[in-house]
Design a protein around this ligand. Structure first.
Ligand code: DC
Length: 220
């Protein structure tokens, strides 16, 4: 494969397959994979443990300033503790969109994300990466899938992680609520960047999405 330079952004709603695809694309290109959702989740976990009201934008903003979030070797660390598994807990998923509304939280995360991407050769996934965090990125993708399919994937993932098999309708409602909050927030909402390529993954396996993305990148 010819040498690829620059950064790659992959945005989209929850359950569209972003992290699976982004991780595989990064591995194939030998790029660094940055899961920005994990960063918001790590701070949310810390806030919940500390008993901080996640709706209190000031309080979570202040917490962000006193928190060290790192992504190393495919793991997520919060103040030095490996939180890779615990940030996937349903209570974190339920609260994370509220934490991600805070201006100070976003400023803190975006600064970290831009620093990680400064050297290039990064695949970064999230909600606002192509539109706001890295507007100059070389390749931009926006993944979508039907709400039903996204809920099915999320439920399967939860079951795999050992959570009691969740009710599909409840997962669907939770995803729809989170999408509405992420797309409706004031600062850097979930939106397709004008120059991003949209891929509907509803009937595609992750490997097919990866191949499509790699082909587009190869074609320049
Ligand atoms: O991708 P995920 O489900 O792990 O993301 C968790 C939440 O974090 C998502 O509901 C909204 C927020 N988020 C964000 O606001 N901006 C990003 N770039 C990534 C995630």
């Amino acid at each position: 494969m010819a040498e690829v330079e620059g950064n790659i952004t992959i945005d989209g709603p929850a359950g569209a397959g972003k992290s699976t695809v982004a991780r595989l694309v990064a591995a194939r290109l030998n790029f660094l994979y940055v899961d920005t959702g994990a960063m918001y989740r790590a701070l949310t976990l810390k806030a919940l443990r500390a008993g901080i009201e996640v709706e209190d934008e000031e309080a979570v903003g202040e917490l962000a300033g006193n928190t060290r979030i790192e992504l190393r070797g495919g793991r997520v660390y919060c103040d030095g503790e490996d939180v890779t598994e615990s940030i996937r807990a349903p209570r974190v998923s339920e609260a994370v969109s509220l934490v991600a509304r805070s201006r100070r939280v976003r400023e803190y995360m975006v600064q970290l994300q831009r620093a990680l991407a400064a050297g290039g050769r990064v695949v970064m996934d999230g909600r606002d990466i192509g539109s706001y965090v890295l507007p100059e990125a070389r390749y931009k993708f926006f993944l979508t899938a039907s709400l039903q399919e996204r809920a099915r994937r999320r439920a399967a993932e939860l079951a795999r992680q050992g959570y009691r098999h969740p009710d599909l309708e409840a997962v669907e409602a939770e995803l729809a609520r989170r999408d509405a909050m992420d797309a409706g927030r004031e600062i850097a909402p979930l939106v397709q960047a004008r120059d991003a390529l949209r891929i509907d993954t509803t009937s595609l396996a992750p490997a097919e999405v990866v191949e499509r993305i790699l082909r587009i990148i190869q074609e320049g």
